[in-house]
Design a binder for this molecule. Structure first.
Ligand SMILES: Cc1ncc(COP(=O)(O)O)c(C=O)c1O
Length: 399
């Protein structure tokens, strides 16, 4: 079907809850994608931090091919060997933890909230979940109730009771909230707020929250859906800050491109999810597990992660040169999640359009930011190419 036809048919047949680029991407290879008109783009969106090894990764492909010949889905009525193998790998970095697999990020957070409530109610009748201002934890009702920006919540009230937001990076406010409320079961944070524009959380604040939680017998949950699994140069982002969360939620790159989410929880807490108390039909199916395991093994290799950090530093140093530009307010990054913040949303929009015209895909994010999420195996030459495109886009901003 021609590009124009598919765009108009997508408007006609699909619910219009996404603002899509009017481009039909037909194939991808490594850091590159190709549209139906034969145009080539450098893809620094990676399907919103999903394609951690770029497109068409040969090892993931061969795991998928092997698995579909054996078994695609069977359900959790049975023991699934691929799930056990994957869980074993995930907890190698979190000894004493256990894993529950689901299908998406929001579903992973729903599992953390249910687990936290079950544990909290047993431990003193506590059922309140605290999240942070600016937070994004997903769009189903529980996760939405922990998500802060108005634009996601408006039109969906009433949300789930028992959720409360406290100002990010303000430990005094959080201590006061904990002092006044004896019914808090858990505090959930993103170590870096991706959707909020790659907003870094003060490392001292993160450590203080963990200590506050331990002192008050409150669960400390980290949502690493966007920043886990090698994106920042470590398997888990919280390793940068030497934190020890009770539960971690994961998704996005977890399934190597096949829908997959998970929680990794301290087994003392994890065992509160007893048979029937939580579940999902498709979660952890053999296909998602095989693809995910292949991606996980490749992206958590020590040498590979070192390289992610090296490339991230190089990328950030190049971006820092743009700080002198009058349109640029700030640049930030850790590993291969980076952002350029502009002085207005119009400037950010124009910049992303110019990048698109020059064959570079990036993500226009909350407020005035563009988010850059290259594949973790991006080449240095591809980073240099993007810098040239950024430079040229900035040069055209006044036109
Ligand atoms: C930090 C964080 N949590 C949760 C989610 C929701 O994940 P999903 O879209 O897979 O439901 C996202 C998605 O962007 C995210 O970035």
């Amino acid at each position: 079907m021609k590009n124009n036809n598919i765009v108009s048919e997508s408007n006609r047949y699909l619910i219009q809850n996404y603002q899509r680029y009017p481009i039909k991407i037909v194939k991808g290879s490594g850091s590159w994608v190709f549209d139906s008109m034969g145009r080539k783009y450098l893809d620094f969106t990676t399907g919103i931090a999903v394609n951690n090894l770029g497109h068409n990764n040969s090892k993931i492909n061969s795991s998928i091919k092997k698995q579909i010949k054996k078994l695609v889905h069977i359900s959790n009525l049975f023991v699934i060997e691929e799930q056990v193998k994957f869980a074993k790998e995930l907890v190698k970095f979190k000894p004493g933890y256990k894993v529950f697999f689901c299908n998406s990020g929001t579903e992973a957070n729903e599992a953390t909230f249910k687990l936290a409530r079950k544990w909290g109610i047993f431990n003193g009748g506590r059922n309140i979940i605290i999240s942070a201002t600016g937070a994004f934890h997903g769009r189903t009702f529980g996760s939405l109730s922990a998500t802060f920006p108005k634009k996601y919540r408006d039109g969906f009230y009433p949300l789930v009771p028992g959720f409360k937001s406290v100002e990010l990076n303000n430990i005094k406010k959080l201590e006061e909230t904990v002092r006044k409320n004896k019914k808090i079961a858990a505090i959930i944070l993103e170590p870096i707020q991706g959707e909020a524009g790659v907003k870094f959380v003060d490392p001292q604040y993160l450590k203080k929250v963990e200590i506050l939680c331990k002192k008050n017998n409150i669960l400390f949950i980290l949502d690493e859906i966007q920043v886990g699994l090698g994106r920042t140069g470590k398997v888990y982002c919280h390793q940068h800050y030497k934190l020890n969360p009770d539960i971690i939620s994961l998704a996005k790159g977890l399934g190597g491109g096949i829908p997959c989410g998970a929680i990794v929880a301290n087994s003392k807490i994890a065992d509160f999810l007893t048979p029937g108390s939580h579940g999902t039909t498709m979660g952890g199916n053999p296909l998602a597990m095989s693809a995910g395991l292949s991606s996980f093994k490749q992206t958590t290799d020590k040498k590979f992660l070192k390289d992610v950090s090296r490339k991230g530093k190089l990328f950030l140093n190049e971006l820092k040169k743009f700080k002198k530009n009058k349109f640029v307010k700030d640049v930030r990054g850790l590993g291969l999640i980076l952002a350029i913040e502009f002085f207005s949303s119009d400037i950010a929009k124009k910049f992303s359009e110019l990048c698109l015209q020059n064959g570079l895909l990036i993500i226009l994010t909350e407020k005035f930011n563009i988010r850059i999420l290259p594949p973790l195996n991006v080449k240095i030459s591809e980073i240099s190419k993007s810098i040239k495109i950024f430079d040229s886009a900035l040069g055209k901003m006044h036109e």
